[in-house]
Write a protein that binds this ligand. Structure first.
Ligand code: HEC
Length: 129
């Protein structure tokens, strides 16, 4: 039986394709590792500056900037939501906490932050009088 001369090339081609698939899977895994390492690195930088999402989980001002400033303004001066610069003279800490957790019918969305963040925000906002 005469051997088909194309078969060795076909085998090489298949091996080549398999190698490429293996390499790209390995590459994707490494890429994810590098990405994670990069994210951790930048979080550490942020915590150094006192900003950032998770890094500043106990800083009410950072929580406010991340979750509330879009409607109430970065300086509490208001926007889509009312001015909060003197909110502490209108509401007690408990009332603010209730608004932050449950929202209002007037357009304030509830549940933007967890209960412990809401309490920190309420404490911080109630000091704005
Ligand atoms: C989607 C826009 C939006 C976001 C985001 C938002 N708010 Fe509001 N907020 C409003 C609006 C609108 C009102 C007015 C509601 C009303 O009059 O019933 C309001 C009202 C309030 C009030 C009562 C103020 C007053 O004088 O009546 C407080 C306190 C408050 N928001 C705190 C927060 C905090 C803290 C956050 C972040 C966790 C936040 N808000 C995020 C829109 C927003």
């Amino acid at each position: 039986m005469k051997r088909n001369p194309v078969i060795p090339f076909a085998i090489i081609a298949v091996l080549g394709i398999l190698t490429m698939i293996v390499l790209s899977v390995v590459g994707i895994n490494q890429y994810e590792d590098i990405q994670q390492a990069g994210e951790e690195g930048s979080q550490q930088e942020e915590s150094g500056e006192g900003g950032g999402d998770e890094a500043a989980a106990d800083d009410p001002e950072a929580i406010f900037q991340n979750n509330c400033a879009s409607c109430h303004g970065g300086d509490l001066s208001g926007g889509a939501g009312p001015n909060l610069q003197e909110v502490g003279s209108r509401y007690s800490k408990d009332e603010i906490q209730e608004i932050v957790i449950n929202g209002t019918d007037g357009g304030m969305p509830g549940g933007l932050v967890g209960d412990s963040e809401a309490e920190m925000l309420a404490q911080w906002l109630s000091e704005h009088q």
